[in-house]
Design a protein around this ligand. Structure first.
Ligand code: SF4
Length: 79
């Protein structure tokens, strides 16, 4: 199973990082980022709970072959 966080939907409520801390983190803007995209069967319940608890439904399962990892977003520009 693979997961995807939709950056256009995420509002940074951070519920996913509390429910499944090993799978999600917040980026430098405060939005969720998947730490792992390819999810082991044993971790499916925790990620499913995060999907169910996200108030804006920004996380979903996607189908396809394993990707090998998540690509972190670049840091925001310095001000
Ligand atoms: S729970 Fe949903 S809205 Fe909140 S940080 Fe996670 S993905 Fe974003």
């Amino acid at each position: 199973m693979r997961l995807r966080v939709d950056p256009a939907k995420c509002q940074g409520y951070a519920i996913c990082t509390e429910v499944a801390a090993r799978h999600f983190t917040l980026d430098d803007w405060g939005y969720a980022q998947a730490l792992v995209i390819d999810i082991d069967e044993a971790d499916v319940p925790a990620v499913t709970e995060a999907i169910d608890e996200c108030p804006v439904r920004a996380i979903r399962w996607i189908h396809g072959p394993p990707t090998g990892g998540a690509a972190p977003r670049p840091a925001p520009p310095a001000v």
